[in-house]
Design a protein around this ligand. Structure first.
Ligand SMILES: *Cc1c(COP(=O)(O)O)cnc(C)c1O
Length: 375
């Protein structure tokens, strides 16, 4: 049987590295969940044992993120990609059969995909698009020409591919409860990496496989009053109100994925000490790599502008692109894997989510120095 010592330093962007303690616990419980007499994979999603898991996961997320009482926490399927469509179907389609208009910020590949799906359901105003400038930064509020009547403003808090991240809250504007402007955020790749001021958003969604658990479950945090805007007649599975009314168990939820999210939330609380501590640790890790880039005399070049740098996905190139391939192969010999940049942008990328150990980041930094000095 393979052992933990065979695990590499895995910088994959997603699915991504999970805490070893979580994997070990899942392995232990795989044959038999304590007290349930069977594996989590084999029991009804209506059983007391699974209901307790769902309730505790929801409770832990509420506690970690300090989620106000008038927000629902939902566990859905279809990935963050289905949310691109569900958001638009629920909040651009209107009860009278007409469609509304929404404002979208396009800061990288994922927000561009959200736009494509939004356009199928209504009018999408791209109030900022960083594509021509190479998606190197996020905009400031002063650059945006927001529509006061938009159904919502959609943004991606961390662009996983380009490595640009918004601060939280992204803008100093009145929260939805005061302004009436809904704000919807795809936070797939920085969810649980830092505290979030939930009250600044009407809805947040995240595919779990970047930072919160395995693929197969998507977390949605939504302000209850927003749900009243969904039009009638949506397909049942695409209607947030049904999932909210049924406590995310209208149909069979992804039981094993939710169970792993539960273990991750316990790890965050008990081992990491909560999200403020987690953020501190993430900043230190990212700082180590950005320093290596900044102090390399141009040998390494960071993709994002310094004020928009992601703490989760560090994207960079080599001044001499011909060295990228030797960089990757020599890194891999050292057990440093998953460092190839996304095929759409090239270069290199280190994804250093919560579960990435500081020692692994130090190993990568040492390798970066060594590689530079030998070329
Ligand atoms: C990975 C990712 C997605 C897509 O997630 P799926 O679960 O594969 O659909 C969407 N948005 C962001 C920011 C991502 O990082």
């Amino acid at each position: 049987m393979p052992t933990a010592s065979e695990r590499l330093h895995n910088f994959s962007a997603g699915p991504a590295t999970l805490p070893l303690a979580v994997l070990e616990e899942a392995r232990r419980d795989l044959l038999c969940l304590p007290g349930a007499g069977a594996s989590i994979l084999e029991i009804s999603h209506r059983s007391a044992a699974f209901t307790a898991i769902l309730d505790e996961t929801r409770h832990n997320l509420r506690q970690l993120l300090n989620i106000p009482d008038d927000y629902e926490v939902l566990f859905l399927q279809g990935g963050a990609s289905l949310q691109f469509s569900m958001v638009a179907m629920n909040f651009l389609r209107q009860a009278n059969g007409e469609t509304a208009s929404a404002d979208y910020l396009v800061t990288g590949s994922w927000s561009a995909k959200a736009v494509t799906e939004g356009q199928r359901e209504g009018t999408v105003r791209q109030v900022w698009n960083g594509k021509d400038a190479g998606f190197k930064r996020v905009p400031s509020l002063a650059e945006l020409d927001l529509d006061p009547d938009a159904a919502y403003l959609h943004l991606t808090s961390n662009e996983t591919i380009q490595g640009v991240e918004f601060p939280d809250p992204p803008f100093d504007i009145a929260p939805p409860s005061e302004s009436g402007r809904a704000m919807i955020c795809d936070c797939s790749s920085n969810f649980l990496s830092r505290p979030i001021d939930i009250s600044r958003y009407s809805m947040l969604y995240a595919g779990a496989q970047k930072n919160a658990g395995p693929a197969g479950v998507t977390l949605v945090i939504v302000h209850r009053p927003l749900l009243e805007r969904s039009p009638p007649g949506l397909p049942t599975m695409l209607d947030y109100r049904i999932h909210a009314a049924k406590g995310s168990a209208y149909n069979t939820p992804p039981v094993f994925s939710i169970y792993l999210v539960l273990l991750v939330t316990r790890w965050l609380r008990d081992e990491m000490g909560g999200l403020a501590k987690m953020e501190e640790r993430n900043r230190e890790k990212a700082g180590i790599l950005y320093n290596r880039i900044d102090e390399s005399d141009g040998f390494y070049r960071g993709h994002a502008e310094p004020t928009s740098r992601s703490q989760m996905n560090i994207a960079w190139t080599l001044a001499d692109p011909a060295l990228e391939s030797p960089f990757l192969s020599r890194a891999s010999e050292r057990g440093l894997v998953g460092l190839k940049g996304h095929r759409s942008v090239g270069g290199l990328r280190a994804s250093i989510y919560n579960a990435m150990a500081p020692q692994s980041v130090e190993e990568l930094a040492a390798f970066m120095d060594e590689f530079r000095h030998s070329h």
